[in-house]
Design a protein around this ligand. Structure first.
Ligand code: BGC
Length: 246
């Protein structure tokens, strides 16, 4: 099946048509800047522009970067506080007239990895952790998504762990990879203590730089980089959107 996959991020909103049988993009990616402030109507407008760019009339799957439950935004997070309580799929459907399914961005990236990337055939408990503006998580048991986990919000020193260990914090505080790796070590140790995953997969921008910090991480479970890299968000949005488990 062909589905338009859209990945809503803190800095950009990207879309492409995805062949969900192959898990591949069948068009070039199209990217527009995330509007600032990233209020619901402004973001919906950009989503509409992406739909129009592809002259798309079919189904759309979206990966969305906030806590969600059944397509409803639980907190505006790194986007904008006005999102809280918005039924995101409904807003995008009303704006474009198309059928939308909206899932969490890290769940989407995880779906892409489990179906077509580093997680293929991996059984047991797999935690896909995305390191970017925030820390996202997609949790899978025997390849099936346990949706809407927010493992970046585990608390450290009274704040969400992502405020201490996200890739954006590395940049903001100008940390060396060694310093950042030590912070990530604390994070992964905590998650391992709580969940004992069999495998960690690192997604987000940091997956391609893993060799710079992985030697700081001392956990029992293997930790490997994602394979789909930049495309995972779009592919996973399209593939995961119609699993109907969210
Ligand atoms: C949000 C998650 C999201 C992650 C990565 C966090 O701040 O709470 O829902 O998956 O950032 O974008």
């Amino acid at each position: 099946m062909k589905i338009l996959g859209i990945d809503v991020g803190g800095s950009g909103i990207k879309g492409a048509i995805v062949d969900t049988d192959l898990g591949e993009l069948v068009t070039e990616k199209f990217r527009l800047k995330t509007p600032r402030p990233a209020k619901p109507e402004a973001v919906a407008k950009v989503v509409h522009q992406i739909v129009d760019h592809f002259n798309w009339k079919g189904k759309v799957g979206v990966g969305f970067p906030t806590p969600l439950a059944h397509g409803k935004c639980m907190s505006g997070g790194n986007l904008h506080k006005k999102w809280k309580g918005v039924q995101v799929d409904q807003l995008f459907s009303e704006t474009t007239g198309l059928e939308f399914t909206v899932i969490n961005d890290a769940d989407a990236a995880g779906e892409a990895e489990m179906h077509y990337g580093a997680g293929q055939g991996k059984m047991g408990l797999v935690a896909v952790i995305t390191l970017g503006t925030g820390i996202g998580s997609g949790l899978f048991y025997d390849g099936i998504l346990i949706p809407n986990t927010e493992l970046g919000h585990t608390v450290f020193k009274g704040e969400a762990f992502e405020k201490f260990a996200a890739d954006s914090i590395r940049k903001k505080e100008d940390l060396t990879y060694k310093q950042w790796g030590k912070r990530l070590n604390k994070y992964f140790k905590r998650i391992e203590l709580i969940l004992s995953p069999d495998l960690f997969i690192i997604g987000g921008g940091a997956s391609s730089k893993m060799d710079k910090f992985v030697d700081q991480i001392e956990i029992r479970a293997p930790i490997i980089p994602a394979e789909n890299k930049n495309e995972a968000g779009i592919i996973g949005a399209a593939v995961g959107a119609f699993d109907k488990v969210h």
